[in-house]
Ligand binder design. Structure first.
Ligand code: ZN
Ligand code: ZN
Length: 325
């Protein structure tokens, strides 16, 4: 049975009359998480996890028609049983499980397997068909744990207190993970936030995620020196006029792409920290095996590499998502 099909708007479940993370406005959208490439405006009806609600409304509008479910809660939508299961990617992120006439399909959305103190851990969901992302599906991608990373960031920051330390990272997910990883290794010094980071961080505070104390940069009096302070900002602020507030800063970028030699230099950062909210190569393969899926479809990034590896090495039926009718 085909539980999901490819359409111009994205993955569609005929039994639920619903699209998953549709690219265009549709009547009913099931949203894996509130990142902009997954949650787009203009749909008549949205479904998401309860933990996504605050950020989703902030991004798509307070008045969107949104129904929420807790992780694991079963809901009938049309002829499908729908539930959301933690993806370990960002606050509220979910895999979507669809069951139609006893057949179970799972769409992972974005996910990761390593522990992250800023969101719920990934949950393995057994299924017949798994649709997995493949953003970092090459064996060169292998992440170290968050504590090691937090200690590296702390050493870099504390290593030069004569100037501000500007750490660029995505405003939703990455920044809050850094605040939480720093807290987890015992840092309690206040970190300053760019406005775009601050607005998202508030939702994490509302969810009682333990993080180091933080304050918007804009709350610091102009005449006060920012030497020795750690500041988190989105990549869009790099080399913008916002940087004038920080005389001769040391700069760094935290991203999974920092694992690629040369990426840091190309973007003009002094230092790169490899930090990803996606699964690494081992994490992707482990997830496919844990799901015990008979058929796997792969989407985003290196989908052909992962599909071929699963077929040839693991003997699992796999194909890029485009192969799904
Ligand atoms: Zn995402
Ligand atoms: Zn994504």
């Amino acid at each position: 049975m085909t539980v999901l099909v490819n359409t111009a708007e994205g993955l569609y479940c005929p039994a639920a009359k619903a699209w998953i993370d549709p690219h265009r406005p549709v009547q009913r959208a099931l949203i894996t998480h509130a990142h902009a490439d997954h949650a787009r405006p203009g749909c008549d009806e949205y479904w998401s996890t309860s933990a996504s609600e605050g950020i989703l409304r902030q991004r798509l509008g307070q008045t969107i028609n949104l129904c929420t479910l807790n992780y694991g809660e079963q809901q009938s939508i049309g002829d499908a049983q729908v539930s959301f299961h933690s993806a370990g990617h960002v606050l509220g992120s979910a895999q979507i499980r669809l069951e139609v006439k006893g057949e179970v399909w799972v769409v992972t959305g974005d996910y990761k397997r390593c522990s992250d103190p800023s969101c719920a851990p990934f949950e393995s969901v057994p299924c017949d068909v798994l649709i997995t992302e493949a953003t970092f599906a090459l064996p060169i991608y292998r992440w170290s744990d968050g504590a090691t990373l937090a200690r590296n960031i702390q050493d870099w920051w504390q290593g030069d207190r004569s100037r501000p330390s500007l750490l660029f990272c995505y405003a939703f997910g990455k920044a809050q993970r850094i605040l939480a990883e720093l807290a987890a290794i015992g840092v309690d010094e206040e970190v300053l936030l760019h406005g775009a980071v601050e607005t998202v961080t508030r939702h994490y505070r509302d969810a009682a995620i333990p993080m180091v104390p933080s304050r918007p940069v804009s709350d610091i009096p102009r005449k006060e020196s920012l030497a020795g302070r750690l500041v988190l900002a989105p990549p869009s602020a790099h080399r913008s006029s916002w940087m004038r507030r920080f005389p001769s800063p040391q700069t760094a970028f935290a991203s999974g792409w920092m694992a690629v030699r040369g990426a840091r230099r190309r973007k003009g950062y002094e230092r790169g920290f490899v930090l990803s909210d996606h699964a690494d190569w081992q994490g992707l393969i482990r997830t496919v095996k844990d799901s015990r899926a008979k058929q796997v479809y792969v989407t985003h990034g290196q989908n052909d590499v992962l599909a071929r590896y699963l077929m040839e090495v693991e003997g699992i039926q796999a194909a890029p998502l485009a192969a799904l009718g």
